[in-house]
Design a protein around this ligand. Structure first.
Ligand SMILES: [Mn+2]
Length: 335
């Protein structure tokens, strides 16, 4: 065991990979591009090392990421997992975000490794490698594979690219540094088909999702002198349009796109969960939405964070909007 407050060195992670035989690789529930990308990249790296690997997630691979080669290797976490030596949690800030069934299935593992890039990561696990300066967990893995001198297979290469591309908002967010572009350039040089991956990631939208966006455009609201944009999605609307959970991804981006807005808040009722899903975005460096999310037991990054909190949706949105307005008022007083 090592001091779990510190980010341990790649050499310690590499030793764990070499020492054990049977691995489970998993990322947070409702997986995004970085979660699926990091699972596929590390799962296949361990396979290349001759290890027995199971790649799992609490939820299925979302529809829009099923084009990724190797994505069929990831299975929904089964009830029971036996004889796993090491579980590796990826892109996940707190154990419970692996999902209740997955946490239970992995409760007997000998070693738990935590590899991530979220500032709010609570440093759970026996080996912790959290690098908040990195734009994506896939970027952490890129450096780890270089350190280990592991060659990239096409599945690993494309998976890393998808994680880095999606977590930087297609190379638009503030963590898009020269180093990120150099990483992407290296992956492209190694054969990533940029046009095809971007078409699949960003230029295909289901009809149900477009109808949902029409609902959102009709229902979104501005408050605090048009500095805060918000929208509440109810089960009733979801049922009337026949949307799947995948269709609701990214609705927050519409709110954030409103010119002049500082903060965006998206609220969603979940059919099989009494709690409300909340997504928060900040467009102002001085307002950290992860700090606001933490007040409600959520987490994330300063510009993008999330919460699951008790309903009903009217109460949840009122509470969060109040906190956002307080943050916006404080920011305004500094201008
Ligand atoms: Mn990530």
């Amino acid at each position: 065991m090592i001091n779990s407050n510190d980010c341990c060195h790649f050499s310690e992670i590499a030793d764990v990979f070499r020492k054990y035989r049977r691995f489970a690789v998993i990322a947070h529930f409702r997986p995004d591009g970085d979660a699926i990308g990091s699972t596929l990249a590390l799962g296949n790296a361990l396979k290349e090392m001759g290890k027995e690997v199971i790649m799992i997630n609490e939820d299925p691979v979302p529809h829009q990421l099923r084009f990724m080669s190797g994505s069929d290797q990831i299975q929904v976490t089964p009830e029971h997992l036996e004889d796993i030596d090491v579980a590796i949690s990826l892109d996940n800030g707190t154990l419970k975000r692996l999902g209740a069934r997955s946490v239970e299935a992995l409760s007997q593992v000998k070693v738990l490794v935590n590899i991530d890039h979220h500032e709010t990561n609570d440093r759970f696990g026996d080996y912790v490698c959290v690098r908040p300066m990195e734009c994506a967990t896939c970027a952490v893995l890129y450096h780890l594979f270089r350190y280990m001198e592991l060659p990239l297979t096409p599945i690993m290469r494309d998976a890393l690219y998808v994680g880095i591309s999606t977590d930087t908002g297609s190379f638009q967010y503030s963590k898009t540094t020269p180093e990120v572009m150099e990483m992407a350039a290296d992956l492209i040089r190694q054969g990533v088909n940029v046009h095809e991956i971007n078409r699949q990631l960003y230029q295909e939208t289901t009809w149900a999702k477009l109808q949902l966006m029409r609902e959102e455009l009709n229902g979104m609201k501005l408050s605090f002198n048009q500095r805060i944009a918000s929208y509440c999605l109810t089960n009733q609307v979801k049922q009337s349009l026949g949307v799947t959970p995948d269709d609701t991804e990214g609705l927050i981006d519409v709110l954030r796109s409103v010119e002049g807005v500082w903060l965006a808040a998206y609220f969603e009722e979940i059919e099989d969960d009494a709690r409300i899903r909340v997504s928060l975005r900040s467009k102002v460096e001085a307002i950290s939405v992860s700090k606001i999310a933490e007040q409600f037991n959520g987490g994330g990054h300063s510009m993008a964070a999330g919460i699951r909190m008790p309903g009903p949706i009217e109460n949840a949105s009122a509470l969060i909007l109040e906190a956002l307005e307080a943050a916006a008022a404080h920011y305004q007083s500094t201008l």
